[in-house]
Ligand binder design. Structure first.
Ligand code: GTP
Ligand code: ZN
Length: 213
């Protein structure tokens, strides 16, 4: 499908401005509404009571929003703002908020991503890095795959001298159910090229642990 159906126009604010309610999306909403109506019944609720009347539709829209990364193309996003530039030091974008959902329980995991690359003749518009994180985060994921997908996309599209990605997240499937550990944080990392060398990796890790103020 085209990007126009998942644009950032604020006109159709039912989806926080991301998803246009065209025929394709309306069909998906209608189908999910039926499913969530059934979910409400199965958990022992009354889908007919006042507070729940619009809930199947709200959840359907929320779910499409939370997984809208399937409709986006990360390579296109990077290529749309790739500029020739003679800069060959590390570029680091840190503390990028991540909101994703684990593919096992469809419960949120959330935290921060830190992304770095060393340009090889081209830089990319800075905002495109968090956009790429979102393209892969807004899907059903495991944190390890999310980390690798961000690394691979940047490496393949920009062909830099190296890429480093570190992600730190809390998983609600580990805190509000299951093993019920409230404070555990999972850290994953993925590197290419120059970042496979200890010196570069250490520089990156030092930069993402430093505070601005
Ligand atoms: N590697 C990895 N595992 C994850 C991620 N998100 C959730 N999980 C794990 O996926 C596993 C699924 O294991 P199962 O034993 O099939 O599921 P479960 O019975 O619900 O497991 P518990 O959570 O231990 O109750 C669990 O250990 C989760 O903690 C992730 O991003 N990466
Ligand atoms: Zn889970």
């Amino acid at each position: 499908m085209s990007d126009s159906q998942f644009s950032q126009d604020t006109d159709d604010d039912d989806f926080g401005g991301y998803i246009k309610i065209d025929r394709y999306n309306q069909e998906r909403i209608d189908s999910l509404k039926t499913d969530y109506h059934n979910v409400l019944t199965q958990i022992g609720e009354d889908p007919g009571r006042e507070g729940l009347l619009k809930t199947p539709e709200r959840v359907a829209k929320a779910m499409l929003y939370l997984t809208h990364g399937y409709e986006l193309n990360a390579e296109e996003i990077l290529n749309s703002a790739k500029f020739k530039e003679d800069y060959s030091q590390m570029v680091v974008v840190k503390d990028i908020e991540v909101y994703s959902m684990c593919e096992h329980h469809m419960l949120p995991f959330f935290g921060k991503a830190h992304v770095a690359y060393i340009p090889n003749g081209h830089v990319v518009g800075l905002s495109k890095i968090p956009r790429v994180v979102d393209v892969f985060a807004r899907r059903l994921q495991v944190q390890e795959r999310l980390t690798n997908q961000i690394r691979d996309c940047i490496q393949q599209t920009l062909n830099p001298i190296g890429v480093g990605v570190v992600i730190e997240c809390r998983h609600l499937c580990m805190s509000m159910r299951g093993v019920q550990k409230q404070n555990s944080v999972t850290t994953t990392s993925a590197f290419t090229g120059e970042f496979l060398k200890e010196k570069t990796r250490t520089e990156f890790l030092n930069l993402i642990s430093s505070k601005l103020s």
